[in-house]
Write a protein that binds this ligand. Sequence first.
Ligand code: AMP
Length: 639
Amino acid sequence: MCLSDHALSHYKRGAQAPEIVTLSHCLPLQSRSIFISSFASNMDEHKLGYKGNDVLQDLEILTMNAKAAQELILRKILEKNHGTEYLNKFMNGSTDISAFKSQVPVVTYDVVQPYIARIAAGEPSSILCGEQIVELLRSSGTSRGEPRLMPSISEDLYRRTYLYSLIMPIMNNQICRYIRGLGEGKAMYLLFVKAETLTNAGIPVRSVLTSYYKSPHFLHRKHDLYNKYTGPDEVILCPESEQSMYCQLLCGLVERQHVLRLGAVFASAFLRSISFLEQHWCDLVSDIRIGQLSSNITNSTCRLAIQSFLALPNPELADEIEAICSSESWKGILGKLWPNVKYIEAVLTGTMAQYIPMLEFYSDGKIPLVCTMYASSESYFGVNLRPLCSPKDVSYTILPNMAYFEFIPLEDGRKLIEDDEVVENDTLVSLVDVKVGCYYELVVTTFSGLYRYRVGDVLQVTGFYNRAPQFKFICRRNVILSVDSDKTNEEDLHNSVTRAKEILENRNYLLLEYTSCTDTSTVPGHYVLFWEIKSTCEGATPCVPLDAQILESCCIAVEEALDYVYRRCRAHDRSIGPLEIRLVEAGAFDDLMDLLVSQGSSINQYKTPRCIESGPALKLLNSRVTGSFFSPRDPEWTV
Ligand code: AMP
């Protein structure tokens, strides 16, 4: 296939496995092997991917030597990157670890952004990183409405592959006592790539998953026992996400008896695909019946890849699927369509927890939900060593060879530290010194040019696996609304509501109060704003009545003012539905205050919560709704 060959040639030319291998000589004899086996075997491109249960032994050694591994990682990062403009500013070219700890400040994206912008414009990578930055990874975080771009070097792919290579051995280790033959079946994992662009200097800008799926690490996994996906790579790599989704579902349906695992990276994407199936199953059934792909699929690579799945008409299979899909309720549909499925894998922690009820509905609570890993564009972090546990009990064990990890202790349990607050260096806690039960904000130092960078995630320590701590994901700092990869904080919401309320003010109405929630009972989920509005018209001047058109224009005004990732999810990926404003009757927010005060809020310090997740407060507001209005169109969006 041409893309993988192209990607492979890139690897032959440039990329190398991390040099950590050589540094492993500084480790105790036993722990050297972890570095050697984690990375060195990857140097042979034909061995990329699955390396069997040996990786679990490596994991033991790695976690037992967490402290030494972290010291080694930091030493290596400083050796490679001490000459960069960024580190030089604080350390004067030193590679000394104590100089790093006392002099390099803890930063947020705004500090790194100017360096990334310079590299994007053509300045050498060396201003930030000792290695060539080969791509910029578009993260779901934004800064002033623009996507954040994370630097990435070739060897980062090896680190990501290492983490992926642990997933199935861990899973198999847990599951084989109950389920045999997992490797003999297939996985219907709905995986997607996103459009990529080039910076002025020609550096690709893409998502971390797009980068991985296009790499030989993913494409050359054929000998990996557990990585047989129903969707052909060509279909996964199709940039038109709806066409890709259609074809992936088609393949999954054709192979329904062989599918043992279902999943997607995030639960939102999995549910989006199931709702897509709800809308399109008639077309899919018809394709299977006549043995011909719908003409709506225009992508020629997808068409070619699907040919073998529809080689012959299959009316029996079409009848079976039709009978299942045409039932009135889709409760338990997943087990009916894929009768041999053993578990559903997706991220279900953090904001994705809101999708658990929907997944339980579609699986009728009978298929285990499995969360395997915790990762980001900045760095991959860790794995869940008990993947069969309930999603609400998931803890991730941080892998000490991914990056250098430090932690900002959060006082008073979870009191968050603002972006612009200075974090004193001596308050940082290293990976092995975190305390069980305490809350921390995660800080990473990577090989690719992030130094003491605040990732923005709040974690709680739940225990240790050997010497490596395990964390529960608590929340993303500041985020109050999130449906997919969007992350809207209180300030973003406030700014966008402020824009929209001008429309009301021009018509003599005032927005008295507002709050918000996400509604994931619809697929895709959407943002809901509760608004209490008051007329400011006095005496004889009658107000123009507030009609649906005005409120719809408020909806779209809010959406247009939300950040890039929200607008992309809404207008391009279609992973978020149109924003809704629910008008509530006069006095509803007073009643809300009474309720919250009765539940323990201080009346002196009461502030209307800008987001209400569930419970009696949400019930109260919903019971006072007088009208509901949706955005009439997509917000503006450009790549
Ligand atoms: P991105 O940089 O767009 O890849 O997003 C990374 C962020 O997604 C992380 O920093 C977390 O906030 C969130 N995330 C990733 N994996 C998980 C997980 N397993 N559970 C909860 N949140 C996650």
